[in-house]
Ligand binder design. Structure first.
Ligand code: SF4
Length: 222
């Protein structure tokens, strides 16, 4: 990883926007197209599913949302529901009581401030109970094609470090570095592709550089 260390001393993102575009183009054929794993038909359904997703998997959420959405069709229905009934319907999920409360509190805010609609604004979305910045980013990207950032977790961070795109040792710093160079229309895809590549090939201890499609572009190749 000697080359990587050298590049940390210079540019915040190795190769700039053009190199970033090359990297993404190389990764694209190797991973399925990006799509939202949550099943939903309306903006409210996506909000509810996103609240449920935290600390749970998309498969777990998708398994129970058809019945949930059939029972509660709009914000008024969620608000009229008894909290314990709503909690029971999301019971298999982690933090199900909290989730029920978050859903009702979010619906109340939508009713009182947004005429029952979702705000088209990342900051306002993050003010909804149970909705993290990551969740707000998912909704802004999925509904409005206006992501508010790049989802960075440990795999994304590792690949970004090795590509010389960031010297950050935490996800906030890495995201800030990426946002300075990656154009907004690629934010969702960048987080997704780097994460998938980190899981599949650019492993922590033994990155598979010999077969990596980024071998010719990566300053950290072995
Ligand atoms: S697997 Fe190797 S060549 Fe590929 S991105 Fe990771 S460090 Fe670079």
């Amino acid at each position: 990883m000697k080359m990587f260390e050298e590049h940390l001393l210079s540019a915040s993102i190795y190769g700039g926007e053009k190199r970033a575009a090359e990297v993404l183009a190389c990764l694209r054929p190797y991973y399925p197209p990006l799509h939202c794993e949550l099943h939903y038909k309306t903006a409210l359904e996506l909000l509810v599913a996103t609240i449920l997703l935290s600390q749970n998997t998309a498969e777990q959420v998708n398994a129970l949302t058809p019945a949930l959405f059939a029972a509660y069709g709009d914000t008024a229905a969620y608000l009229q529901a008894r909290r314990q009934d709503l909690a029971r319907r999301v019971y298999p999920l982690a933090f199900f009581r909290h989730k029920a409360r978050y859903i009702q509190e979010s619906c109340r805010i939508l009713e009182e401030h947004y005429e029952g609609e979702l705000p088209r604004n990342g900051y306002d979305l993050t003010q909804l109970p149970g909705l993290s910045r990551k969740g707000a980013n998912l909704i802004m990207g999925e509904l409005f094609n206006e992501p508010i950032g790049i989802a960075v977790e440990i795999h994304t961070q590792r690949v970004a470090n090795r590509l010389g795109w960031s010297d950050g040792r935490n996800v906030v710093k890495v995201e800030n570095d990426l946002l300075q160079t990656i154009p907004p229309n690629l934010w969702l895809e960048t987080g997704y592709l780097l994460q998938r590549h980190g899981r599949a090939q650019c492993h922590t201890h033994a990155p598979a550089c010999a077969t990596c499609p980024l071998n010719h572009l990566c300053p950290s190749r072995e």
